[in-house]
Design a protein. Sequence first.
Length: 220
Amino acid sequence: MTVRVVLADDQPLVRSALRMVINDAVDLDVAGEASTGAEAIQLATDLQPDVVVMDIRMPDTDGIDATRAITGQPDAPRIVVLTTFDHDEYVYAALRAGASGFLVKDMALDDILTAIRVVAAGDALIAPSVTRRLIQEFASRPEPKPQPRPIVNGITEREREVLTLIGRGLSNSEIAAAMSISVATSKTYVTRLLAKLNARDRVHLVIIAYETGLVTPPRT
């Protein structure tokens, strides 16, 4: 099945480069292009793509607000964010808005294609090591922390322990080692948490762990 992609970036050269590499892949297709966040929202509604590749800094409506608007739609496409990563202070906000991962503008072309496929398949793009870096760089700068979500009270103590470890950036194998369980069992716990907390993916679980106070940002 072909993965349909909308590209949202205010730089025509960036869109052109991404379009060429994506359209060269037999399983990917650029369904549309947007130069502003408002255009991205409209295209997501009209074209119903599988993935939107979203720049953060755009005129009109920025990528964070556009991501929030798109992910709030029924049967919303997955969002991957274009970022410079090392310098972009809005990455955590983009995750809170519903993004499932990141593309770095200067990353290898094959990695960009892989990232789009991973997100389209319903997985999170962010590897555990990158999750740790995200936490370190951005989790200390969220909006004021809300009260813990009542839904978290519906999970078991063991599931709460797993959610805490996910929030700290541990992989399934690391969770298994920390809890003295099998990797298969750790995967089962993650699957249950996704369902019980109505989370999009593992990245969303990290956000929930922070927003509910199970994990606190490191202080530097």
